[in-house]
Write a protein that binds this ligand. Sequence first.
Ligand code: PHE
Length: 457
Amino acid sequence: SGRSGAKILGAPFIFDETSNLSSSILGLVGRNLYEQPDHPISITRKLIESCFEEPTFKHFAMNNPVVTVTDNFDTLGFPKDHPGRSRTDTYYVNSTHLLRTHTSAHEHNAFSWLAQNTSSKGYTICADVYRRDSIDRSHFPVFHQMEGARVWPPQENRAAVIQRDCNDMPQTNLLVEDQATDFSTDANPLQPEHNPEEVHLVARHLKLSLEQVIQRIFQASQASLPSTARSDAPMQARWIEAYFPFTSPSFELEVDWNGEWLELLGCGVTKQSILEKAGLTNHIGWAWGVGIERFAMLLFGIPDIRLFWSTDPRFLKQFTRGKITKFEPFSKYPACYKDIAFWINATPSGSSLVGASSTSGVAAAAGGDATKASPTETQPAAFHENDIMEVVRDVAGSLVEDVKLVDEFVHPTSGRKSLCYRINYRSLERTLTNDEVNGLHDEVGKRMEGLFGVELR
Ligand code: PHE
């Protein structure tokens, strides 16, 4: 019938006009780095899990990244026009399924599990998540998240119970400033069905729980340094207000890392509608989500996010389960910078939801002709920055360290816009040859012309 598709972890999917997967992305599905005990992603996962003890918490890992649009967005209350839903930001398998963009896609199922298994009061989830994004040393289209949640069932004197659970939490020696304690503002309100005293206690318990995680990470990181390099200054952290469609009030935790505030995680008091839908009637509770790579890069001193995907023994042999050790860089191979400059034709459509994205991936995954992938898109799509990122990733995979916009101007008479991106080709494992880089760079140019109708300069 001419319809293209792909098998993902053995299950067949048929593509449609929403699909924007690439073969390079599909090639990364199923690596399950968080299940390789000596891998830094798994070591970090275990360290975080150790802060949430069984049987109060049940620890899940979710190997299949294909979820429904409903689970990833709708059930969690994402508005229809939320930018996270856009095809420029999210990998769609087709109009009903996508590669999860966060572990929260499993909240409904995990809460439903809790409703059936009342000996547990909470859970953590670990999984690979997927986002179309810029290319640099701290962004990769696949990364890992952990999510945690805790609930308290309805009971007499529940506030006293939550208070007692707060009191049971061990002391930390972090210097924490809490800038998010006012839940009466429109920006970060408590939910109308909640008792304010309980919400303040749940928020307190949430913040104390995550401060334990930070403390443990910080201690492990310090212990891995030679004694002369250790610092006895306490770690500084601060809580700020945040927004997520599925929690209210919501918070972010930032830590002072070499004099800069670094955002580490998001969290909040779970929306009551989500608990009710999962059968946790009249429960109250919290949830958080963290990126594992961010912690792992700090813990192990890993400078480039692509290293996590390395199969090079010089990387993998450095790490052992249960141990935090500092990464010893192996020789850095030379960088090769190439510029690509082009005129863009179409003016961006404004709505990132329609038409702004490439069909390259669909065709590449199906082994077909990129320009014929989707019969509905005869016109080249308007250019979005994530599209060049996706083209570069699909052509060169992890042979690219970063892609930066270095020049941008509008022609004074024609009004046409020109962009110049600098691509830094560099392998972590070997020296790239000139011919090889030229071949990759030419292919990037060809695809940009074919898919977005840009005119190379
Ligand atoms: N899923 C959110 C993210 O990816 C993090 C989060 C999880 C926030 C749970 C609140 C509660 O950014």
